[in-house]
Write a protein that binds this ligand. Structure first.
Ligand code: NAD
Length: 307
């Protein structure tokens, strides 16, 4: 099979790219390296196009692809420049859809739980989107465009995956944008108490990147269209994450609580997975706790000890 992975030098995109190549597929990566890293693609033998997804002339380059896995996006949720955010995330997605309809490729794209904002949880795809920042608004707009394209029928299969909080190998370089699991583990490995907002009972659906890859593969294989949540189906508190990290790393650090300065902070996210099961047959293989253990055994976790 021939695939394009946009954002393939990023955290999720590089895991997916290397997996697809290992499975024997021909993979091309397109990335502008604004947040992605060459190091993430160590060992990758396919072509890497350094370009902006919003402006690159995709049709002049690609005449045949089985699918486009679209991961490229501005992923820093603190960015408030709406024009910039929408240009990359929304115009970039439109460029991908235009190519897909021209060359009859399937599309699997990254949406986000950020579309739900502070909405009721467990979060269902049918609930009203209520993003609290311009990143979430850009993902909600992408979903709207995807739904229109599904109705238009020019693309045989479009699947949007609303990832919850993803963690795992190759997120290291993201720094402050990396997962809370990564941040807390780093603090503890550095001999510091893990810092969380008072009183650590905020809950997130932390999903391991290997399950996100699984969801992408199922989405491609399904040949269907729709937008589905991708998480573990269970919310885990920051206090519970700290307990799991203590056990896995052999520490006994108590949390260092501090005031939360953000009014738009999501207190509780949890994916309702009923539709993902129905649409894709998606069942996560890892609980958050199992994912953390697997992650800490990965060579990149050992490497990050010395950072
Ligand atoms: N990590 C999570 O918890 C999470 C949760 C929900 C949704 N998502 C979505 O998943 C996708 C991948 O996220 P990630 O965590 O791997 O983030 P990331 O920042 O590591 O990856 C994004 C990649 O897109 C590239 N990129 C950015 N702007 C681009 C442009 N204009 N042209 C080409 N490439 C560009 C970056 O260089 C980077 O390699 C994103 O669409 C993100 O919105 C991630």
């Amino acid at each position: 099979m021939k695939f394009l992975v946009t954002g393939g030098a990023g955290f999720i995109g590089s895991n997916l790219t290397l997996h697809l190549e290992k499975e024997g597929h021909g993979v091309t990566v397109l990335d502008d390296f604004s947040s992605g890293q060459e190091n993430n693609l160590k060992g990758f033998k396919g072509e890497v196009i350094r370009a902006d997804i919003a402006t690159f002339n995709l049709s002049s380059k690609f005449k045949k692809l089985d699918a486009i896995f679209h991961e490229a996006a501005i992923t820093d949720t603190t960015i408030t420049d709406e024009k910039k955010m929408f240009h990359t995330n929304v115009d970039g997605f439109q460029n991908v859809l235009d190519l897909a309809s021209r060359i009859h490729a399937k599309v699997v794209y990254a949406s986000s739980a950020a579309v739900y904002g502070k909405g009721p949880s467990p979060m269902k795809e049918s609930q009203k989107s209520a993003p609290t920042n311009c990143y979430g608004a850009s993902k909600a707009k992408m979903d709207e465009i995807a739904q229109e394209a599904m109705k238009g029928g020019k693309i045989s299969s479009i699947i949007g995956l609303r990832y919850f909080n993803v963690f795992g190998p190759r997120e290291e370089y993201k720094g402050s944008a990396a997962s809370m699991i990564y941040q807390l583990a780093q603090q503890m490995k550095g001999g510091r108490r893990p810092r969380v907002f008072k009183y650590g009972e905020q809950r997130r659906d932390f999903v391991y990147v290997k399950d996100v890859m699984l969801a992408n593969l199922l989405a491609f294989q399904s040949g269907k269209s729709g937008i589905a949540n991708i998480g573990t189906g269970r919310a885990t508190s920051f206090n519970e994450v700290i307990e799991t990290l203590n056990r896995a790393l052999g520490f006994s650090y108590g949390p260092d609580y501090f005031d939360n300065p953000y009014s738009f902070y999501q207190e509780h996210t949890e994916a309702d997975l009923s539709f993902a099961k129905q649409l894709l047959g998606y069942h996560p293989h890892y609980t958050t706790q199992e994912g953390i253990k697997d992650y800490l055994g990965h060579p990149s976790a050992a490497h990050s000890k010395s950072r």
